[in-house]
Design a binder for this molecule. Structure first.
Ligand SMILES: [Zn+2]
Length: 218
């Protein structure tokens, strides 16, 4: 498990504003998305100030994500212990009525794809009301009612884009594997054709455990 998202700028929140006396490490899977209802500078003020409010990621209108806490830490964004111990908190700069910027959507797509593979518990997929949540849906854990994130998250677009990314990456990996196997086959075939069967056999034995290919080349 990785605690820090490689695509984010690290801007640490106060160490005192994470965890609970009874539990300090997240034990769920998924993310809750929020709207800052203001600008990034004001949100930084809240994060570093005395308010009992903290979150893992800030997604600014322009520029890279900021990560404030390791994803295994419990931050105080969802309004209750039940919400916070389960979910990563992602705040979005801007206010109700403002759609996310293209940059914010791109940041979310990359981050959610990464979280699905690296969260403290594996994600079963990008599924609304399972791994993907809005703050206002945390009332089920006893959190106070809120409008946050005020309909600002274009869920279907985000989920579709993560899926396309994933499929493209899987296809690229499969193509690379096939190219590696073909290069291996050509090399062994070349050795055999040149009469160096002994080297070919040694290489096949040595490489077999990496490629998973059978020893016999026809
Ligand atoms: Zn919120």
């Amino acid at each position: 498990m990785l605690d820090w998202y490689p695509g984010a700028v690290v801007l640490l929140g106060p160490a005192s504003k994470a965890g609970y006396p009874s539990v300090s490490v997240r034990d769920g899977r998924g993310a809750v998305l929020h709207s800052m209802e203001g600008g990034l500078a004001a949100a930084h003020g809240v994060l570093s100030g005395p308010a009992q409010s903290s979150w893992h990621f800030s997604n600014p209108k322009v520029g890279p994500l900021e990560q404030h806490y390791a994803i295994s830490r419990i931050t105080w964004h969802g309004g209750s212990l039940g919400a916070n111990r389960r979910y990563v908190g992602i705040e979005h700069e801007g206010v109700a009525g403002e759609p996310l910027t293209a940059s914010q959507i791109e940041n979310d797509v990359a981050l959610l794809g990464w979280l699905a593979e690296n969260d403290v518990q594996p994600w079963s997929g990008l599924i609304r009301l399972d791994t993907l949540w809005e703050h206002n849906e945390m009332t089920r854990y006893g959190s106070k009612a809120t409008a946050c994130p005020s309909g600002r998250i274009p869920w279907q677009e985000v989920i579709d884009m993560v899926t396309i990314d994933y499929v493209a990456r899987a296809a690229a990996e499969a193509a690379q594997k096939k190219a590696d196997q073909n290069a291996y086959r050509s090399r062994i075939a070349g050795l055999i054709l040149s009469g160096d069967g002994e080297t070919a056999y040694r290489e096949m034995q040595a490489l077999r455990k990496f490629t998973g290919l059978p020893l016999v080349v026809v």
